[in-house]
Design a protein around this ligand. Structure first.
Ligand code: ATP
Ligand code: MG
Length: 308
């Protein structure tokens, strides 16, 4: 488990992140979201013991990021995909990973197994001996992801893992991340791809140099938007809109083609009343559905409220 309390980092007069307090339970995929410069990379770097916090505490399991001996242990427990891959361009893909594995003291046989598995899964086994300097941006990204996994870390920190990947490769990496979760890893991921976060993250934290909101991607919308119901009728008479707008439990009504869009106070209680009312008017109800708000809707609303 990762436990952070009041984690703060300033660079001169700039506060990159302030009072970052939360727990990341084992075995989950946790997403950090937020605009450029909102403190995602800084937070990840602090938790990886690459930079020291200005103030606050963080424990990775029971190891303290402030303690020099613990920091050594923490680095071995974490596999980090940094924002910039930083590979040895003249070395082959295999050698890059092997070098890194040796650095972390992974025994030869384990190294070979792990490198073969990840390069095969990421579709680069056949190109393992080519210098990575000649690889495309996405291929380098895949090698950097493989590198983060070479020493079989419990915690995997991925800073924008799919940023430079084509749609098929991004899907492959997402599936791989879900597979790592199944194997018991804990994954912290920074991303601007909100539909990706919605699909794979158990919890997301929205940052704006502090935590704006934390929650399950689907639950964040609750309480943030009035609930909206769409009712498709075979035909909508022109007299319907003013009549339905006057019902006490409808706060707003619109007509779009043969769809009625209603903001309803308590859909569980009021939907049956509306449907009965419509049927009593002799109207034919074809479909009823609740509008779902995406993580993008939530993100844009919260960031706007924070004064972006
Ligand atoms: N080494 C540094 N020296 C000075 N300022 C820094 C340093 N690292 C980060 N910052 C500042 O801290 C703030 C947060 O940066 P950070 O890289 O954490 O943002 P981010 O959320 O990862 O952004 P992005 O989405 O663009 O990657 C920015 O204002 C940045 O300029
Ligand atoms: Mg960043």
């Amino acid at each position: 488990m990762i436990t952070c309390e009041g984690l703060t980092k300033t660079f001169g007069s700039i506060t990159a992140i302030q009072d970052f307090t939360l727990e990341i339970p084992d075995g989950c995929i946790f997403g950090l979201l937020g605009p450029n410069g909102s403190g995602k990379t800084t937070t990840m770097r602090m938790l990886s013991c690459l930079i020291q916090p200005t103030s606050g505490k963080a424990l990775i399991d029971s190891y303290d990021i402030h303690d020099k001996t613990d920091a050594q242990k923490i680095r071995g427990m974490i596999g980090l995909l940094p924002e910039v891959p930083g590979l040895y361009e003249t070395l082959g893909a295999y050698k890059n990973l092997d070098f890194y594995g040796q650095f972390y003291g992974v025994p030869k046989q384990k190294r070979d197994e792990s490198i073969k598995r990840t390069l095969t899964n990421l579709g680069l086994w056949d190109r393992r001996n080519e210098p990575v300097g000649g690889f495309s941006k996405g291929m380098k990204q895949k090698i950097a992801i493989a590198r983060a996994l070479t020493h079989d870390p419990k915690y995997i920190f991925l800073d924008e893992p799919t940023a430079s990947l084509d749609p098929a490769a991004a899907k492959l990496v997402r599936e791989y991340i879900l597979e790592l979760k199944k194997r018991g890893n804990t994954i912290l991921i920074n991303t601007h791809n909100l539909s990706e976060a919605e699909r794979i993250c158990d919890t997301v934290a929205l940052l704006k140099n502090k935590i704006v909101k934390v929650g399950h991607p689907k639950e964040l919308a609750r309480g943030l938007f009035a609930r909206t119901i769409s009712i498709t009728l075979q035909k909508i008479p022109s007299s319907l809109l003013p009549e339905i707008s006057s019902l006490r439990y409808i706060s707003e009504a619109q007509v779009n083609g043969n769809q009625l869009i209603l903001r309803i106070r308590n859909p569980e209680e009021n939907n049956p009343q509306v449907i009965t009312w419509l049927i009593q008017k002799g109207l034919q109800v074809q479909f009823v559905s609740e509008e779902e708000y995406s993580l993008e809707d939530v993100y844009l609303k919260l960031i706007e409220e924070e004064g972006q």
